[in-house]
Design a protein around this ligand. Sequence first.
Ligand SMILES: [Zn+2]
Length: 232
Amino acid sequence: MPHKSAILTIDDSPSIHMGERIAFLESKGIPAVWFCRGDYLEERPDFAIQAIRAGHVLGNHSYDHSYFSKLSLEQAFDQIDRTDRILESLHEKAGVLRKIKCFRFPYEARIGTPEHHAALQAGLKARGFVPLRLDGVVSKAFLEHAGSGDASWFWTYDTEDWKLVAQDSPEAKERMDSVLWRMDRDEPDADCGLNRPGTEIVVMHDHGHTGSQWQSVVDGLMAKGLHFALPA
Ligand SMILES: [Zn+2]
C-alpha cells in the first residue's frame, strides 16, 4: 500500500454530527479543513469552536450556499464577508488565532465569465484568502486551477459521499459500495487516482443525513494509505 500525503477537506459544515466527527478524527489523529456555511455557523457555533480548539482549520464556504454564478459581485462578497465576520468572532471566542484564511465556492470552481471569475479571485486575495500551494500534486484539474492563480481551493479527489443516503434507506448499502469502489478505480483523468503516487486534496461533506456512514468513508481513505496533515 502506498503512503500518500493528503489534506482532508470537509464541505457544508457544521452539521448536527460535526461534534462526533471531530472526536472521531481526533481518535485517528486526522486534522481537517472544514469549509463552513455562515448560516450553519450561526445555528451550531459550539461545533465550530470545538474544531478550532482541536486544531482544525475552518474555511469560508459562503453564507447560505448560493450559486455564485447567479450572484452579482456585490452579493458574492457580501456572502463571503458575512461568513468571515462570523469566523473571526468564533476564533475570538475560542481564544485561538486564525492562522489561515481559505475559501471554497459552493457547487462550482469556475464562476461565470473569465472576467467575473477574475474579479472574484482578486477580491478573495485582497481579503487575505490564500491559494492552496502543495508539492507533489499530480491531478491535472487541480494544477490547472493552481496554475491560473485561483485563491479558491479546489480538490484532487471527490469522495462523492454526497451520493450517500440515510442509513435506513434500502439504497444505503449500494451507495456506500459505490463510494468505496470509487477509491479503487484508477482513472486519473476523471480524478480517480488514489492508487497513483502524488499528494491528494480529498473532499468530503459534513451532511446530517449520512450519520455514521461518514466514518466508513474516512476508514476507506485511510485503508488507501492516505496520511492526512494540514496545509503548511
Ligand atoms: Zn458545498
